[in-house]
Design a protein around this ligand. Structure first.
Ligand code: SAH
Length: 212
């Protein structure tokens, strides 16, 4: 029997395909990942709408389209093994990454969100995500280099330390800007970096400094 969850997630991914997401693996994984487990009880009826939703602490779970788009970009650039995510938040993006890449590292500055995200991933039997409570601007030097880096909060300028933690041939996808934000793609060949603009986006800020 098809559950409500399967039906709703199925229509969400159909919509994402209509909106231009062509990576079938990304669509498959999103169709089987229960987004309703990553948001508050009171907002659950909106879990399969293509919108960002509040997750507490002034933060949001990203819009499904942008989750799919950013993940598909990493895959299109050949990322398969080791990915660093900045901004764990609800853990939904981490859950998608965990099913597509060998090993995921995720950094979050708000401890309460990180704990909740960890619990949810274990509930879904996803154990290949390692989490850290820390400042994403610093990345995760002891685990570097990474084949892919995905930043899910908007940086005021490109975080240099993250560029340094990219492997040769690696790619980083990151929203840059304050009110006007651009989703930027950085690619590394040896010590040369190239950048390109991928889309106009709207993310919560990548907060500088203190972790809480
Ligand atoms: N990927 C998340 C999106 C969460 S919103 C999801 O799927 O739900 C962005 C997250 O980035 C928030 O949880 C916020 O607390 C976190 N964040 C903001 N600034 C940060 C920083 N400097 N270091 C680490 N995490 C940060």
């Amino acid at each position: 029997m098809i559950s409500n969850f399967q039906r709703s997630a199925g229509s969400l991914t159909q919509l994402l395909a209509q909106e231009g997401i062509t990576d079938q693996r990304v669509l498959e994984v999103m169709a089987k990942t229960p987004r309703h487990l990553f948001i508050d009880e009171v907002l659950k009826h909106k879990a399969y709408q293509n919108t960002a939703l509040p997750i507490g602490q002034g933060q949001t779970i990203s819009q499904p389209y942008i989750v799919a788009h950013m993940t598909a970009i990493l895959r299109a650039y050949g990322v398969t093994s080791k990915v660093l995510e900045i901004g764990t938040g609800s853990g939904y993006q981490s859950a998608i990454l965990a099913q597509l890449f060998d090993k995921v590292y995720s950094v979050e500055r708000i401890k309460a969100l990180q704990w909740q995200a960890k619990r949810r991933l274990h509930q879904l039997d996803l154990y290949n995500v390692t989490m850290k409570h820390g400042d994403g601007w610093q990345g995760w030097a002891s685990q570097a280099p990474f084949q892919g880096i995905i930043v899910t909060a908007a940086a005021s300028s490109v975080p240099q330390q993250l560029l340094e933690q990219l492997d040769d041939g690696g790619v980083m996808i990151v929203p840059i800007g304050d009110v006007e934000q651009k989703l930027m793609l950085y690619t590394r060949e040896k010590n040369e970096f190239k950048q390109q603009v991928m889309a106009d986006v709207r993310f919560v800020p990548l907060v500088p400094g203190d972790i809480i």
